[in-house]
Ligand binder design. Structure first.
Ligand code: ZN
Ligand code: ZN
Length: 304
């Protein structure tokens, strides 16, 4: 997708959220610019050319994602450029004071620091965020984590774009992303397929997991918990509102995790899968009330 089409998808998705639930208007206004800036940055990186990582087939077949455990320094300039570009909008969304924002940006402009943070996010090394001291020391490790995630998104999604066909031809049956190792925030059931004559041929409904870090969607078994692999229907549950059955929570009582799910056969197939989650916070709350935790915590699904 190009920036223009991503922008269109984000706009349409946020607009439909506001139309349906005006109470989400404030949030869509706040986060909209983040999605637009990410799309613009990703496009700029693709235009200037992004180094393509090699897919090492033996590691991949053994379940190691493409970018896990590898040196990310070939992309360090991309991460720094992303940080510089996204910081103004991030500071606003996170409500950072100017001096705090400036100190943080200094940190993200340092090649070793930025690589340490994005690498820690990819390796799931949460301790790194607790142990990283940034001035002023009022900056919480979670703030550092969110910034690292958002700064990584355009770079990782540009990398995914370069991997294209070779990636989609490989088998991957895990619940974490084959490229960056992140867990999915949402899963989707694929839209109905359209023939050349534009007549609906039905079908669709294949399940894919969506990675909010790099934007990759990969095929996954329909009746399995992506977090723990549980396929026992007794301990798995689908939660939804009666009037919006195409938007659900897939919950697993074995591991206590949940993942959002959207059925693209029943709504706009161009729905932007990251932006749409802002309009599903009531489902996150519903899951939270049932003592479930999200597979990935985002800026808007964390109620602790
Ligand atoms: Zn990913
Ligand atoms: Zn589970």
């Amino acid at each position: 997708m190009t920036t223009a089409s991503v922008r269109k998808a984000v706009e349409a998705t946020l607009e439909s959220i506001c139309n349906r639930t005006p109470a989400y208007g404030e949030l869509t206004k706040r986060f909209g610019p983040v999605f637009f800036s990410i799309a613009r940055m990703r496009d700029a990186l693709l235009k200037q050319g992004v180094r393509v990582p090699e897919i090492e087939s033996a590691r991949f077949a053994a379940g190691t994602p493409v970018l896990v455990g590898r040196d990310l320094s070939p992309w360090v300039e991309d991460f720094i450029l992303s940080a510089k570009t996204l910081f103004p909008v991030l500071s606003e969304v996170l409500d950072l004071e100017t001096d705090v924002s400036d100190c943080l940006l200094d940190h993200f402009e340092n090649p070793d620091s930025v690589l340490g943070l994005v690498q820690a996010r990819i390796e799931g090394d949460w301790k790194h965020f607790e142990n990283t001291s940034v001035r002023p020391d009022t900056v919480l490790p979670t703030t550092l984590l969110y910034i690292s995630e958002i700064v990584s998104v355009p770079v990782l999604s540009a990398i995914v774009e370069t991997l294209g066909k070779p990636l989609s031809s490989l088998t991957w049956e895990h619940g974490h992303c084959p490229v960056c190792g992140s867990s999915p925030t949402i899963s989707l059931l694929s839209p109905k397929e359209v023939t050349d004559l534009d007549s609906l041929v039905g079908g669709g409904g294949k399940k894919f997991l969506h990675c909010s870090q790099c934007g990759h969607d990969w095929r996954f078994k329909r009746n399995v918990c992506a977090a723990c692999g549980n396929d026992d229907s007794e301990t798995r549950e689908i939660l939804y509102d009666e009037e919006t059955r195409s938007e659900r929570v897939e919950a697993c009582h074995k591991c206590g995790k949940y993942c959002l799910n959207i059925d693209l056969r029943e709504c706009d197939p161009q729905t932007h899968l990251d932006a749409v989650q802002i309009g599903l916070i009531h489902l996150d709350i519903h899951a939270h009330d049932k003592k479930l935790t999200p597979m990935v915590s985002t800026l808007w699904n964390n109620f602790e």
